[in-house]
Design a protein around this ligand. Structure first.
Ligand SMILES: Cc1cc2nc3c(=O)[nH]c(=O)nc-3n(C[C@H](O)[C@H](O)[C@H](O)COP(=O)(O)OP(=O)(O)OC[C@H]3O[C@@H](n4cnc5c(N)ncnc54)[C@H](O)[C@@H]3O)c2cc1C
Length: 234
């Protein structure tokens, strides 16, 4: 068991065993406006006519600090290869499930047939092309077989008395982990500019797209300005 309630509000399911869940947020477009207008000792209770323009100005001119006075806390379940890319985003906070103290679930990432791809071109300009259906099926079968074998060996080592922290070394990048991620809108937009982008790996891009859905709901004017500015973070 993962200890997670199935299909909660504010949760987007991904890749059979994964999800992005907005655990909590202290986030609004008004916080951006008030953080900027404190320069003039002005505070507003609600967004006014000129405030969307102010947010667009801040975004365009890359006056980033007013976008830092908010916070999103996400609970995420993702394969380790996705988490590993995610954890490179240092301007945010993480806590992750432990493979030392707790036996990891036997949940693994298996790509859909259409997500089995080849890699064509050079570093920096790869394109990822579909493979023929027979190779897609064969790849999926290989994933399933190897995952099953490795998880059985992981379990067997622990049954014989080997510590979880050592036995886990057998598990591959495709095993699911879960973590909490707390981030402000400025850093979130940096994350989205890099990970919900053409150059990002398909799997983390799917997660980033789910994150962006919640961001757009909580801070619609800021999100629109980010998109309109060509997704350049402030
Ligand atoms: C398509 C893609 C391919 C990648 N390939 C690789 C790879 O092959 N190998 C690899 O190691 N990584 C790779 N990365 C990770 C990448 O180099 C970044 O570590 C990651 O995207 C986090 O971005 P960030 O540093 O902007 O975010 P954060 O760590 O959240 O930092 C936010 C911003 O703070 C500033 N900042 C943070 N730390 C410093 C610092 N020490 N000094 C100065 N300014 C700082 C920068 O302006 C930075 O943009 C890849 C990322 C992408 C999107």
């Amino acid at each position: 068991m993962t200890g997670i309630e199935a299909s909660e509000p504010h949760q987007i399911e991904l890749f059979e065993h994964g999800f992005v869940r907005l655990d909590d947020a202290m986030a609004s477009d008004l916080s951006v406006v008030n953080s900027a207008r404190v320069s003039f000792a002005v505070r507003k209770e609600a967004m006014g006519d000129k405030d969307a323009g102010l947010i667009r100005f801040l975004m365009r001119e890359r006056h980033g600090s007013p976008f830092e006075h908010n916070s999103f806390r996400f609970h995420i379940r993702a394969p380790i290869f996705v988490a590993r890319e995610w954890f490179r985003h240092r301007f945010s906070s993480f806590n992750e499930e432990s493979g030392r103290y707790h036996q990891l679930e036997g949940d693994f990432y298996i790509p859909e047939p259409e997500a089995v791809r080849s890699q064509v071109g050079k570093p920096g300009s790869y394109s990822f092309e579909p493979v023929d259906p027979a190779l897609a099926d064969d790849t999926i079968a290989t994933f399933e077989r190897v995952y099953k074998e490795l998880y059985a060996e992981y379990q067997a080592l622990m049954d014989k008395g080997v510590a979880k922290e050592l036995a886990r070394a057998l598990l591959p990048f495709g095993v699911f982990t879960q973590f909490y991620w707390t981030v402000n809108a400025r850093s979130l937009m940096n994350f989205l500019s890099l990970r919900n982008a053409v150059a990002a790996q398909y799997e983390i891009r799917a997660y980033a797209d789910a994150v962006e859905t919640f961001f757009s709901q909580k801070m619609p004017v800021t999100h629109r300005s980010f998109v309109d500015s060509g997704r350049t973070p402030p």
